[in-house]
Design a protein around this ligand. Structure first.
Ligand SMILES: Nc1ncnc2c1ncn2[C@@H]1O[C@H](COP(=O)(O)OP(=O)(O)OP(=O)(O)O)[C@@H](O)[C@H]1O
Length: 594
């Protein structure tokens, strides 16, 4: 397989991705701002041909000439200089300032961003240090102080300003490169012997081009604004026509003729606003539109999908109906990852949600917990816990629900404990967040819970930091925290996957015992049929975002109906099956692999 083939992102294969240029061509904001900018640029380029006067040509008889005066279509300023000619020449000044500032910032920022992101930690620290130092310089002050060095030439000032803008570009590029440098296609390019320069230029730079194009529009806008600002303050050569200098002149003459102030302000405003708005359109085109989750959109419209939905059976503790969850793709379209899931769970029951990786088990559990990422969109359906709608709840409502009625045990116990705090401090904090009690009462409760979840030295564990305890103990600690409020529903997402095989059985036993003791329902997300067989009453099998089969554990193991369930069950290793094929001799295996 070639590197080009490897570099195709499978996530973008479906739906087909619209090119950013095609999206820009359909965006009215992009079209209007591009037309305005193009018109301004053309005017700037044609200035030597169409400007009736030299921008600094002062005529005594033209002082404060009114607009429409022959030879002064927009009037003249207090020095008798033609406003139309100065406006046209100011376009060139602004564009040159913008291009110099942005080019310097991009050249320095991209070069060192690529170096800092792609090569080792030492280069990253060194470049980070230098750019952090540059960021501490007081920009405007520095540019004014350096006027004797730049001799008032705005082009030299823009060179320095470009350096001051470069840390922003450096950070964008470095972070993007850090994100892509370990992608498989970059690894593949490395293994295939491409030089670092080639990889950086061809693969890494290409991958980060979108944000750089977006940043360019903002950089040009910043440089133009700064140049005008300095000219407004009277810093730099007074011979250079500039919007800033014209605004300052017009300001002093505001009561004589306001148009002297209005014209340059309108031109500068149009130029910078067009750049910023075009930058926004470019960002949407390259990075995809951020869609508002349905929850938020529905709330804006004064309703939620759940409120519109048919109510579920009140006897079910948990009821999920026709739940759909989607994510926006880079092209802005939605890709459904959960496609109409149906689940029910009774109080005290254990439901195993089984399926291959990526089938949507975790997304379903996250929707019930209210922890879907902000970009997720609940496209249809609803979920209820004890008759209460879950889809459409505010974060605040979910927080109270999560602390009391729903609890969660994660897959990676270690990464769910904060390494900076002791285990005890974290458990006490969690308990006090969901129940009114003093620190002393919370500590006593935590100690009881630690004993209950089978921790041998609760005092020692209470004072330990997460790195001082084993993975099995960490999972027990998290289980203790989860059941502290005696929740109605415990959601366990692959609770044993990250643990040692011997510890796995103990953790499952613990969940089963606690469930019986507290009468909780358990939703166990797993891809392991062994775990399901061990503790589940009922099973729902998920494939490609849908529940393809559900029933009691006994039914499913005895007579699986759906081919996918049969395939999953068939793939469980059976210790009674004896291999009938002959083992391959080692020498043959080695020569075969060559
Ligand atoms: N933030 C996200 N943005 C886009 N797609 C996402 C996001 N999170 C998850 N997905 C996609 O949703 C689909 C379902 O993911 P989910 O985590 O629910 O799978 P799963 O069945 O729990 O698998 P696993 O056992 O590997 O965790 C996957 O295709 C995944 O790529």
């Amino acid at each position: 397989m070639s590197i080009e083939e490897l570099s195709v992102d499978p996530g973008l294969a479906s739906p087909p991705r619209k090119s950013p240029l095609r999206k820009l061509a359909k965006d009215p904001q992009a079209i209007i701002t591009s037309v305005l900018l193009l018109a301004i640029i053309i005017l700037g380029l044609l200035t030597p041909l169409i400007a009736p006067h030299d921008p600094n040509e002062a005529q005594l008889n033209g002082i404060n000439a009114a607009p429409g005066t022959p030879g002064y279509i927009l009037g003249a300023d207090q020095n008798g200089r033609d406003i139309a000619s100065r406006l046209l020449h100011s376009i060139g000044t602004s564009l040159i300032a913008g291009l110099i500032g942005a080019s310097v910032a991009l050249t320095i920022g991209i070069t060192f961003g690529l170096i800092g992101g792609y090569f080792g930690r030492k280069l990253r620290s060194a470049t980070e240090w230098v750019f952090s130092l540059i960021m501490t310089f007081p920009g405007l002050l520095l540019l004014i102080v350096l006027m004797p060095v730049t001799k008032g030439d705005y082009r030299a000032t823009m060179l320095i300003f470009g350096v001051l803008l470069s840390p922003g570009v450096y950070r964008i590029v470095r972070n993007l490169v850090l994100g892509v440098k370990n992608e498989l296609y970059v690894d593949a390019a490395r293994v295939s012997g491409l030089s670092n320069l080639r990889i950086l230029g061809r693969h890494v730079l290409f991958a980060v081009r979108g944000p750089i194009i977006v940043a360019t529009a903002f950089l040009i806008g910043s440089a133009i604004s700064l140049q005008s600002g300095l000219a407004f303050l009277g810093v730099g050569s007074t011979l250079v026509p500039s919007f800033g200098a014209m605004i300052a002149d017009g300001f002093t003459n505001l009561y004589v003729d306001p148009t002297q102030f209005i014209w340059p302000s309108v031109m500068l405003g149009t130029l910078t606003a067009s750049l910023v708005l075009l930058g926004n359109s470019l960002r949407d085109a390259f990075e995809g539109v951020k869609l508002t989750p349905v929850k938020a959109r529905a709330a804006q419209a004064g309703r939620t999908p759940a409120k519109d939905a048919v109510q579920g059976s009140t006897t079910d503790l948990l009821s999920v109906r026709d739940l759909g969850i989607a994510y926006p793709t880079p092209s802005g379209e939605l890709r459904e990852v959960v496609k109409g899931v149906e689940l029910t769970l009774q109080a005290g029951e254990t439901l195993g949600l089984v399926g291959e990786s990526g089938s949507g088990k975790t997304q379903t559990a996250f929707a019930i917990l209210g922890v879907l990422p902000p970009e997720a969109v609940v496209t249809h359906g609803w979920a209820q816990l004890a008759g209460r709608n879950l889809v459409g709840l505010s974060e605040r409502e979910f927080r109270t629900l999560r602390g009391r009625d729903i609890a969660y045990i994660p897959q990676e116990p270690m990464s769910n404990l904060d390494p900076s705090y002791t285990v005890g401090a974290q458990l006490v904090e969690g308990i006090r967040a969901s129940a009114q009690m003093t620190r002393r009462q919370a500590k006593a409760t935590v100690m009881e819970l630690l004993v209950r979840v089978g921790i041998e030295h609760p005092e020692r564990t209470f004072d330990s930091y997460p790195h001082q305890i084993s993975g099995g103990m960490a999972q027990r600690v998290l289980i203790a925290g989860a059941v502290a409020s005696r929740p109605k529903l415990l959601i366990a997402d692959e609770p044993t996957t990250a643990l040692d095989v011997t510890v796995q059985a103990e953790i499952l036993d613990l969940i089963r015992d606690l469930q019986a003791e507290m009468g909780m329902a358990v939703l166990l997300v797993t891809h392991n049929f062994g775990v399901v067989a061990d503790i589940c009453d009922r099973i729902a099998v998920m494939q490609d975002g849908r529940v393809v089969e559900s029933g009691t554990a006994l039914e499913l193991f005895r007579e699986p109906q759906h081919p996918y369930t049969q395939m999953l069950l068939g793939s469980i290793l059976d210790e009674h099956t004896v291999r009938t094929d002959q083992p391959i001799p080692v020498s043959a295996a080695i020569s075969g692999s060559n």
